[in-house]
Design a protein around this ligand. Sequence first.
Ligand code: IFM
Length: 800
Amino acid sequence: MLKNKYGYFDAKKREFVITDPRTPRPWFNYMWNDRYAGLISHTGGGFSYLDSPRDNRLTRMRYNSLPWDRPGRYVMVKDTESGEYWSLSWAPTLNVNYDLYECHHGMGYTRIITEYKGIRGEITYFVPRDETGEIWKISLTNLSERPRNLEIYAFTELLMGNALNDLINQPNDKHFTDIHFDKESQSLVATRRYWVLNKKVSVIQPNIDWKYILQFASTLDVSGFDASLDTFIGKWRSEANPLSVETGEMHHTEITAGDPVAALQSKVKLEPGNTLDFSILMKVSEKESAKLSDINSWKSQTFIEGKLSALQQYWQDYFSVLQVETPDEKVNTMLNTWNQYQAAVTFDMARNSGYYHGGLLFGTGMRDQFQDILGMVMVEPERVRKRLLNALQFQFNDGSTLHNFFKLAGTGERTRHSDTPLWIPFGLIKYFSETGDASIFEETVPYHDEGEGTVCEHMVRAMDYAISETTERGLPRIMNGDWNDTLDHIGPKGKGETIWGAFFLGYILKEAVSFFDFRKETVQVKKYSQAYKTLTKTINDLAWTGTWYLRAFRDNGQPVGTPEDDQGQIFLNAQTWSVISGMATPERGNTALKSCLDQLETPYGMQICRPAYHRIDDTVGLISRCVPGKKENGAVFNHASAWFVLAALMNGQIEDAYRIYQKMLPVNSGTDIDRYETEPYVFSEYVTSPEHPTQGQASHSWLTGSAVWMLYIGYGYLLGIRPVPGGLLIDPRIPADWDKVNITRKFRGKTLHIRIHNPDRVNMGVKSMTVNGQSHDSQVLDPEKYDGRELDVEVRLSDE
Ligand code: IFM
């Protein structure tokens, strides 16, 4: 079993179980559906929102706060005999020593189990798949031998509206809250009498209502309530010791101004050995059509159980699309569960709503969105299709794009990052390769400024725009940065050039050529093949240093990333993409990757560049203002490190690729989890490199492009089962000591049971392949050519 000192993986239940709450950071999970989402830490901390974490936040979480993850969704139990009270999620009453504490972070739910003074509490937090609300499902068991009189307090701090405004204008914002207790539905009914929907910070406010009401209810009889944070918590106190809990007196405050809380009290008696099941409900409805009594239907145990099992069924179906069995338990754990799950989270949360991403600034990044489909597209292609069509609205007529957009505001920022438009063809071709759905290219989508075009036109405009934004000598202008956001001052005058961007453009051109070739569109094939050829020559003429490729040229023509530089000497992306794009000659590709291994390999993966910038360099940008060894300034930036794994696999350096892949797995962090700090079940954006005293420390977990890339590279290149326009390409590139791999993959309406045999212990080379017992000549399998829903695929590797 995989474990560390704070917990272990339960592979069967797909849970990470935390057994000691004193983790080095709060360890989070997500519970969400298409509209309603929440973060939940292993202590019950976190926040919820509807549609947009910036514009429509429901509950509050304070950033930069101590303790770390406050507030959250708390249920406290008080023993009326002793007066002692404790929380069912450890926080906020941290100092209690429980006889048992377990937090089970599972798929879309988090269950926290505690035992204290003979009372066992189990609280399961989840968001139903099809409701705008959340449920805290609770069981209390009396393990002691005497009857217990208990008071139960459930509470959460409300925000209701614009979270950015709440942060900067809370003393004024609190004049618009409105909460009362509805006797009929026995629920607290909360709303706000205005809604800030500005696209930026502004003193001008729109004259509109918050469109929703939020109801907070219990399935138990309510003996008291409070809507005012001040009266519930009391003066000079915190959520760790609320006055109302201490005194047992709720104030029944209904507020029309003030800081809002939703707090309910219930009183119960538990006989020895008895269990009481109840739930706390939070439901959001549109104000105009809301019927307060609707929450009553949520109160039945059947409803609650039904919603929980529907959620479990959803995830069971989700994982049935891809399951693997390799000799490496860590790879299995990541690919079968956590990596897929994290990919689903990034699909919906982008780089926006997390503990490290406050949900106020980024919205959905265009480039992130078109990459983040890589996991979800296998499972819910229709949802991905809709998402792609939606995102295309943020492309301009000339092919350029907004850099990011906000769901409710309907617009975002135009930052002129050079790579962003090119992720459009990237995502669309990947979508097509998975689904074979050519109809998407005929859909019409408006441009963000004027006019409209088919999806195919959108894609072509993105590429043509990128080709047109090249300098006289034919390299892409870096503009305000490329994938590396922090290389943002290399080309302020419009002359600076990106070498990584050139390889990326080359990769997209190559992909476009195969795509148009598949569609038999010869004009496009010719056009983009020519562009690829010309660009390949230009890069190789201008950017090769003899040992690796340069990263960029500044406005004044000075190169970035030369062997002579004493900082920012070598950049990983320029080397890896020289191979991924197929633009490096085999000799240069080998040399470039060897330079990466010599210069950039660390115990945690590959550094993004080295040496990190120790002096500020105004002609490079933010990268050099960040401390050395962290983030883009020389950390092991997992997204970029993943691309090394990809390049090495493509280059036939399988053992190197596998070594780096393994080093990057968060599961490995168990060896020194106190140093690593973040959740061991998901990738973090980066791990501090040896160039910083905190080396080995991870940060910005969950919302990172490495989630989808490590998944895609893992199943698509390492195990080598990869969608291409013509079907599924079978080209495993596995460690030589793996004798066999089994894969179940649903693909274009069929279930494929793939068995890879490696009797000669080689890394790669498909010697023979059979489908349903019949020999199959090509490595590309088109399942639509076969009858029946199940296909047995036998693959034999050999270097003969
Ligand atoms: O490429 C970006 C990404 O869009 C957001 N996180 C940081 C990456 C590197 O700068």
